[in-house]
Design a protein around this ligand. Structure first.
Ligand SMILES: [Zn+2]
Length: 254
């Protein structure tokens, strides 16, 4: 336990030292998120939410019309386990920021699996870059699939989804060597364990570079609009310079 904690702290410090992790990204200004006061009732379920509803996948009324609208080069489907619907998953960011190309399905509901590939970090999954290269060569530059499916679930819950008869035989790919910026929420996971929105983001760029254009100009960076906001909030919380503001005994300060 202690070792894990130490590793995590080291990662937090490394993160702080990366001055602005999103310096080279083309992400819309998100300062208006800070100006939003309090919560609103969700227009669909009436529950009180801050920026978006993580059960209805809609933005809260004060944000409607102000958020980036990302166009993805391929359809993205997320399968979630019904026991894991909560506010922590970053998958909802995709529904809010790329509403035309991004869907969440609560298992046993499934997306169309006819022309789909599955992103899954198992040993037998092919590296995503190798897969795209190979498929491009084999199909004269045409991508023969229509959608990329991700499973957004902890390991305990994924077995059943992965072994569903409609899922079990899909081509399986994985992302290799990409470091997560989200380790803070991933206690005990390796740094390459990506949050769902990060995995979707990187997969879209890999697809783009093989089937759309070799140059990437930030077309999908706004998928990380809320992610960057959350990341910077966490950074402020752990930045030594601002730690005073979070002193455990404020009454001792002059
Ligand atoms: Zn709702």
């Amino acid at each position: 336990m202690e070792d894990n904690f130490q590793i995590e702290n080291t990662r937090i410090n490394q993160g702080i030292n990366k001055k602005d992790a999103f310096k080279d990204y083309k992400i819309a200004d998100n300062s208006f998120l800070d100006e939003l006061e309090g919560r609103s009732p969700c227009p669909e379920c009436c529950k009180s939410r801050k920026f978006f509803c993580y059960t209805c996948y809609v933005p809260m009324p004060p944000l409607v019309g102000k958020l980036p609208d990302v166009k993805l080069p391929i359809k993205i489907d997320i399968i979630k386990h019904p026991l894991e619907i909560d506010g922590k998953s970053t998958a909802v960011h995709g529904c809010i920021l790329a509403p035309n190309d991004f869907r969440i399905h609560i298992y046993p509901e499934l997306p169309d699996t006819q022309k789909a590939i599955l992103v899954f970090p198992s040993d037998d999954a092919e590296d995503a870059v190798d897969f795209m290269k190979r498929v491009k060569d084999e199909n004269n530059g045409i991508f023969p699939y229509e959608r990329i499916i991700f499973v957004d679930s902890t390991w305990n819950q994924t077995w059943k989804i992965r072994h569903d008869p409609k899922i079990v035989n899909l081509p399986r790919i994985k992302l290799n060597g990409i470091e997560s910026l989200f380790w803070r929420y991933q206690r005990g996971n390796p740094i390459t364990f990506l949050s769902t929105i990060e995995a979707v983001y990187h997969m879209n760029i890999i697809f783009h570079k093989h089937f759309i254009s070799e140059s990437y100009n930030g077309e999908y960076d706004n998928l990380l609009f809320f992610f960057r906001y959350m990341f910077n909030k966490i950074r402020q919380l752990y930045d030594p310079k601002s730690l005073k503001a979070y002193a455990t005994r404020p009454y001792l300060r002059e």
